[in-house]
Design a protein around this ligand. Structure first.
Ligand code: SAM
Length: 286
């Protein structure tokens, strides 16, 4: 027996469940599922199946549904259970509740009612993908699912362009090609990208490389199953005065000094004042 039955303090317990391999559940999550007075799940069949795999008896407990479509109706009932001194364990479909999954309003309203919220933490696709992505892990930004419409998706990407962090997106397999196309258009095909698919499952795969190359591979072999797309931060190469002088040299062959300063400042993303001063120095040096 891999779990311990115990008396839990009254609270909402956010229980993380596996994103693939059923054995990725933690022992503590099993304890909470075995011991909670009330069980709630985004998909009640999934939770019952997971409990069955790990030999956790329901012992007469029903699994209450809690999802995006019945949240406002179910929240007062779950809050009342905790208020009456019961422990409520909530699991979303897979991974960590609240992470691109229901549970945020439930936890907020529970807290607003003065009741305790705690967790049995565990797997989440965002961290699993980041750790496998081959991209920098020191800073990351999780933006969930971007909008489906191209214009809205591109403007969301624009808004995230200057992040100095690895950007992590969830995406449905059928839309990965469109997303990568937009990444190439908005960030350029050179950006490092990782496509992490079917993590912890039999066909787990990581495709890593330049955005353009990953897009080509997706066109050649469309991904199936669950996908996370990660984008490396833009390379910030320091622009030296010599680089500015070289660019100005070319620009000044066809432009007046002010126009050349504007053009070079735009192409190298450096302040125009700095470029203009270097151009003036070049002129006075002949
Ligand atoms: N709450 C979950 C978590 O903590 O990761 C995420 C739920 S969200 C509705 C489902 C999305 O997570 C999928 O569309 C996919 O982008 C990602 N995902 C979940 N499991 C995955 C897996 N095994 N491999 C890759 N991506 C996965």
């Amino acid at each position: 027996m891999n779990f311990r039955q115990q008396t839990l303090a009254p609270a909402l317990y956010l229980v993380a469940t596996p994103i693939g391999s059923a054995r990725d559940i933690t022992l503590r999550a099993l304890d909470v599922l075995a011991s909670a007075d009330v069980l709630a799940a985004e998909d009640t069949r999934n939770l019952r199946k997971l409990m069955e795999i790990h030999g956790i008896p329901l012992e007469g407990r029903r699994v209450l549904p809690y999802h995006d479509h019945n949240g406002s109706e179910m929240r007062p009932k779950l809050i009342e259970h905790v208020r009456s001194g019961r422990s409520v364990a909530y699991a979303s479909d897979a991974g960590t509740p609240l992470i691109a999954d229901p549970g945020y309003h439930l936890a907020s309203e529970m807290r607003a009612a003065g009741l305790a919220v705690t967790t049995a933490p565990g797997p989440s696709a965002v961290i699993t993908a980041l750790s496998l992505s081959a991209l920098p892990t020191d800073q990351f930004h999780f933006a969930g699912f971007l909008p489906n419409a191209k214009a809205a998706r591109q403007s969301a990407l624009m808004g995230l362009r200057d992040l100095s962090a690895t950007l992590i997106l969830y995406e449905a397999p059928g839309r990965v090609e469109d997303l990568l196309t937009d990444i190439c258009e908005v960030y350029g095909g050179e950006r490092p990208v990782s496509l992490c698919r079917e993590l912890t499952k039999r066909f787990e795969e990581v495709r890593h490389g330049r955005a353009e190359d990953v897009l080509d591979s997706v066109r050649a072999t469309p991904p199936k199953g669950e996908c996370v797309v990660l984008i490396g931060r833009a390379e910030t190469t320091e622009v030296t005065d010599d680089m500015i002088r070289a660019a100005l040299q070319t620009a000044l062959e066809t432009m007046r000094i002010k126009d050349a300063a504007t053009a070079v400042s735009g192409s190298l993303s450096v302040p125009r004042r700095q470029v203009y001063q270097i151009a003036l120095d070049m002129k006075s040096d002949g």
